[in-house]
Design a protein around this ligand. Structure first.
Ligand code: SF4
Ligand code: SF4
Length: 489
C-alpha cells in the first residue's frame, strides 16, 4: 500500500511553538474561475469574495509564492500543487514560469513534486508533453460512466462533459503522464458503487482513485450556505449512502484488486489500523492545519474548504509563508479538528480511523443533542466497522512480511468452503454461517437490492452565476455571443 503525495507531518499536539518542516498549499491561480458549471460545485460561489477581479495570478505573485514556499521548507522535497477553479485556464506559460522559479530559487539537492487537479476538458498533446517533461502528477475529475458523470458535471450551457474529460484522460495516458482519478460521490452516483469502481478500473484504466463525498451545505430554504448551512442539499450524498458506497467498493477491491488498485480512503484506513501517526489524508488525521489554500492575489486561507474571510491567514506579499503557516491562528485551526469533537466522537469505537472527518461537515447534532457531529457519521461508522476484520488480517500479513494481497486467496478459500457447506446443507437445512436461519432464508436466498437501479437520464443544471461578471457571461451565452477565454467550455 502506498500514497502518491507526501503529506506534511502535523504538529505534535500542544506545541504551538513548533515550526512545520513542510506544508501542502493548494495554489488557485484562477481563483474559483472554471470553464464548467458543475451543479454541486461550491467553489464557483467563491467568486463573490473577489467581485470585479480578473482572477489571474500575476507573474510577480507567482515568483513571490515559489520563493517563499521554498524558503519555508526544512526538507528537500517541495510540493507545488495547483487547483482551481480550473488551473489550465491560465495557459501553459504560467506553469513554465513556475518551473523556472523553482529552478531559480531551489537549494542544492532540493526536488519538486508538481501536481495539478483538473477537470481534464482542456488537455491536449501540448499540455501532456509539458506534464511529462516536468514529472507532473495530475488529478483528473471523473464521476463514473457517462450517465453518472454527466448527471452533475456539466458545462455552462448544461451539456454533459463526459466526452471531453475522457479525451483529456486519453491524452494523459498517451503521453504516460502520472495521474489519479478523483471521483466525487453524490446523491446520483452514490447508488452505483460497483458501476463507478469498475468503470474507473476497467474502462478508464486507472489504478489510483480518490472518492470524495459531496456535502453541499444549504440553509433552511435550500440556498447555498457554505460553512454556515445546517442542512445538506439534495445533490449531497447521504450518510448511509456514502457508507454503503465505500463498503461495496471495499468488498470488490479486497476480493480482486489488493496491491493493484489503490483507493485513497482505504490506504488511509490501513495506515490508521497500522497505528501510523499520519494517515495520508488530512480528514482522517487527529489534527490538521498543514493543507492551506492560496488565492490568485496572494491571500492565504487555512484550508481549501475554508476560503472565507474568517479563515484568511494573511497575504504572502506582506508576510512569509513560513510565518503565516507557523502562526497561532493556523495552529489553532488545526487543533480545532480535535478539540471541537463532541463527546459522541470521543467515545466512538472507530475514532482512531475517522477522527470526526472534516470539520466543514460537522453540522448535525449527536443523538444526545450536542452540536458538531459530522453529517456523514453514520456512514463512516458503518464503513469502518465493516472493514475492521479484513484490515486486521492485512496488517497482520504485512507485519509477518507477507503481501497484503494474500488476503484475496484467503477470502476466496473461505467463500468456497461456505459454498460447499451450503450445498451439503440443502435449501431447508440450517445455514452453515451460523445465523440460525434456513439456507433458503439466509445465504441461499436470491440476492435482492433495495437501491434504485436506474441511472439518471436528466443532466444537472449548471450552477447559476453569482457575480455580476458571471451574470453578464450567462447573458452573452443566452444571446449566442462569443465567450471570453475563461468562459469557454
Ligand atoms: S479543514 Fe478538513 S479539508 Fe481542511 S485541512 Fe482540516 S480536515 Fe483537511
Ligand atoms: S464515526 Fe461518527 S462518532 Fe465516530 S468518530 Fe466518526 S463522526 Fe465521530
Amino acid at each position: 500500500m502506498s500514497t502518491p503525495l507526501p503529506i506534511p507531518r502535523t504538529r505534535p499536539t500542544g506545541d504551538p511553538a513548533w515550526s512545520p518542516e513542510a506544508v501542502h498549499i493548494l495554489g488557485k491561480p484562477t481563483g474559483a474561475i472554471c470553464n464548467l458549471g458543475c451543479s454541486y460545485c461550491f467553489f464557483l460561489d467563491k467568486e463573490q469574495l473577489y467581485e470585479g477581479d480578473r482572477f489571474r495570478m500575476s507573474d510577480e505573485m507567482l515568483e513571490t509564492y515559489i520563493r517563499s514556499l521554498i524558503d519555508m521548507h526544512q526538507v528537500p522535497q517541495v510540493t507545488v500543487a495547483w487547483q482551481g477553479g480550473e488551473p489550465t485556464l491560465m495557459g501553459i506559460d504560467f506553469f513554465r514560469k513556475s518551473i523556472e522559479f523553482e529552478n531559480r530559487y531551489r537549494s542544492p539537492g532540493m526536488t519538486f513534486l508538481n501536481t495539478m487537479q483538473t477537470n481534464g476538458t482542456l488537455l491536449n498533446d501540448e499540455w501532456c508533453e509539458f506534464f511529462k517533461e516536468n514529472d507532473y502528477l495530475i488529478g483528473i475529475s471523473i464521476d463514473g460512466p457517462r450517465k453518472l458523470h454527466d448527471a452533475y458535471r456539466v458545462n455552462k450551457r448544461g451539456e454533459g462533459t463526459f466526452d471531453k474529460v475522457m479525451q483529456g484522460l486519453r491524452f494523459l495516458q498517451k503521453h504516460e503522464v502520472e495521474y489519479n482519478v478523483l471521483t466525487t460521490v453524490n446523491r446520483m452516483n452514490g447508488d452505483f458503487p460497483l458501476e463507478v469502481y469498475r468503470f474507473l478500473r476497467d474502462d478508464a484504466g486507472t489504478d489510483w482513485m480518490q472518492f470524495i463525498p459531496v456535502v453541499e451545505r444549504v440553509d433552511e430554504h435550500g440556498n447555498p450556505a457554505d460553512l454556515r448551512g445546517s442542512y445538506a442539499s439534495d445533490r449531497s450524498v447521504e450518510a448511509e449512502q456514502f457508507g454503503q458506497f465505500l463498503t461495496t467498493v471495499f468488498d470488490e477491491w479486497v476480493r480482486n484488486d489488493v496491491g493493484s488498485v489503490f483507493i485513497q480512503t482505504i490506504e488511509a484506513a490501513a495506515r490508521n489500523w497500522a497505528g501510523m501517526d499520519q494517515s495520508g489524508m488530512c480528514v482522517f488525521n487527529e489534527t490538521c492545519g498543514l493543507g492551506l489554500a492560496l488565492e490568485h492575489n496572494g491571500d492565504l486561507y487555512s484550508c481549501d474548504h475554508f476560503v472565507d474571510p474568517e479563515f484568511l491567514v494573511g497575504n504572502i506579499a506582506d508576510a512569509s509563508v513560513a510565518d503565516l503557516v507557523a502562526g497561532k491562528q493556523q495552529y489553532d485551526f488545526g487543533q480545532d479538528k480535535l478539540t471541537g469533537l463532541p463527546q459522541y466522537c470521543l467515545d466512538c469505537d472507530v475514532r482512531f480511523a475517522c477522527h470526526g472527518e472534516c470539520p466543514k461537515n460537522r453540522f448535525i447534532m449527536t443523538p444526545d443533542g450536542e452540536p458538531g457531529l459530522n453529517y456523514l457519521c453514520s456512514g463512516f461508522k458503518q464503513f469502518f466497522s465493516h472493514i475492521d476484520q479484513p484490515m486486521r488480517i492485512m496488517i497482520d500479513l504485512m507485519r509477518r512480511g507477507q503481501p497484503a494481497a494474500a488476503i484475496m486467496d484467503m477470502l476466496a478459500a473461505e467463500e468456497q468452503s461456505l459454498t460447499d457447506a451450503i450445498r451439503r446443507a440443502g435449501r431447508n437445512g440450517p445455514c452453515p454461517c451460523g445465523s440460525g436461519r434456513k439456507v433458503k432464508h439466509c445465504h441461499g436466498a436470491a440476492a435482492t437490492s433495495a437501491l434504485p437501479r436506474t441511472m439518471p437520464d436528466q443532466l444537472g443544471t449548471p450552477r447559476p452565476p453569482v457575480t455580476e461578471r458571471g451574470k453578464r457571461a450567462a447573458a452573452r451565452r443566452a444571446r449566442g455571443e462569443p465567450m471570453l477565454s475563461t468562459e469557454e467550455d
